[in-house]
Design a protein around this ligand. Structure first.
Ligand code: MG
Length: 164
């Protein structure tokens, strides 16, 4: 049986993953509204992945005999001044999620919950990938800065992205 402290911390993380999904979905709508469907495609994929992350934790909690407690999902922002600003926000948000996964791991260590520690290894690795991914897109954007043609080319490239 999972401890109450561990259960509460996992429920908090489920909420954070759901919020991430909501945030990326809001960004996708924003970009698609600005005729940048490639960015929209990338963010829709990210939103679906965040939903899967929440479900991984949800399933784990149930498998351990814990109680899933879904909380209210905060409303995300709806507008961004530029594509650059939004991509910067994706990276900053992923860094925040990395920190919260690490905090969750700390709880698992404190609770001597070995099964949760093993499950979280996947999330720790995933966050390395998420930060690298957002960082690479931000690097591309910083190189091209405000050149609209180049932004359209990047948009075209992101339109070809597929989920894993
Ligand atoms: Mg996530």
């Amino acid at each position: 049986m999972i401890s109450k402290a561990m259960q509460d911390a996992i429920n908090e993380q489920i909420n954070k993953e759901m919020f991430s999904s909501y945030l990326y979905l809001s960004m996708a709508a924003h970009f698609e509204g600005k005729n940048l469907p490639g960015f929209g495609n990338w963010l829709r994929i990210q939103a679906a992945e965040e939903n899967e992350h929440a479900m991984k934790l949800y399933d784990f909690l149930l498998e351990r005999g814990g109680k899933v407690e879904l909380k209210a999902i905060a409303a995300p922002k709806q507008d961004w001044a530029s594509a650059m600003e939004a991509v910067k926000e994706v990276l900053a948000h992923e860094q925040l999620v990395t920190k919260s996964i690490h905090d969750l791991y700390e709880v698992a260590l404190k609770e001597k919950d070995y099964a949760t520690q093993v499950m979280l290894h996947w999330f720790i690795e995933e966050q390395v990938e998420e930060e690298a991914n957002a960082g690479a897109i931000l690097d591309d954007m910083q190189r091209i800065e405000a050149h609209d043609t180049a932004i359209l080319m990047l948009d075209h490239r992101l339109a070809k992205r597929k989920g894993e």
